[in-house]
Write a protein that binds this ligand. Structure first.
Ligand SMILES: [Zn+2]
Length: 188
């Protein structure tokens, strides 16, 4: 690093320590030319993930919001909080690998549905039934809340028919052909 006193480019690090929060490293350096000391800080570059909404607006990816949506979809289902957290963590990691760190909200919804499909059918159906109408994750949590309220109020839950007289996919989404194999839990 260039010495702020004499402009020399070589130095040695005499002390290096992490900040208490672990978000930066402070280094004391000594210029090899004038022997004066100076400090440098190193921190992780914060690269936000961005959701591109249907209307073209961009919104920062909100991990909390996604978590909330999934908790709602998985309400009263035998899915542990740890499993949901893991799902969110995996999704987040996958998104961070994208070179542009931007994802269309529709594509994100499909990724989530993909994960839910392998996890729990009822949670998947809840998510999908709301998502198909909205196709925009940011507005979706509110709608899912509405759905869950309705389920509670009517005492009915969105669940699989006890005996499906017709293919499951038609029973759930009469207007849309969804291949039945897609609804089977994915093997890992
Ligand atoms: Zn110097």
């Amino acid at each position: 690093m260039r010495c702020p006193f004499c402009g020399h480019l070589e130095d040695k690090v005499v002390d290096s320590r992490e900040s208490r929060e672990g978000d930066s490293i402070r280094r004391r350096r000594e210029c090899l030319s004038c022997a004066r000391r100076f400090t440098s800080y190193e921190r992780v570059e914060e690269v936000p993930l961005v959701i591109l909404k249907k209307d073209g607006r961009r919104e920062p990816f909100d991990r909390q919001k996604l978590m909330k949506g999934l908790l709602l979809a998985c309400q009263k289902r035998p899915i542990s909080l740890a499993r949901i957290e893991q799902l969110v963590g995996d999704l987040h990691a996958r998104l961070m690998e994208r070179p542009d760190r931007e994802i269309r909200s529709r594509e994100l919804g499909e990724l989530i549905m993909d994960e839910l499909k392998g996890l729990d059918q009822v949670a998947y159906v809840r998510f999908a039934s709301v998502y198909r109408d909205f196709k925009d994750l940011p507005d979706f949590v509110k709608a899912l809340e509405g759905l869950m309220h309705k389920e509670t109020a009517t005492g009915r839950s969105v669940s699989l028919p006890p005996e499906a007289p017709k293919p499951l996919s038609q029973a759930l989404f009469p207007s849309e052909a969804v291949d039945l194999p897609l609804l089977k839990p994915r093997k890992k």
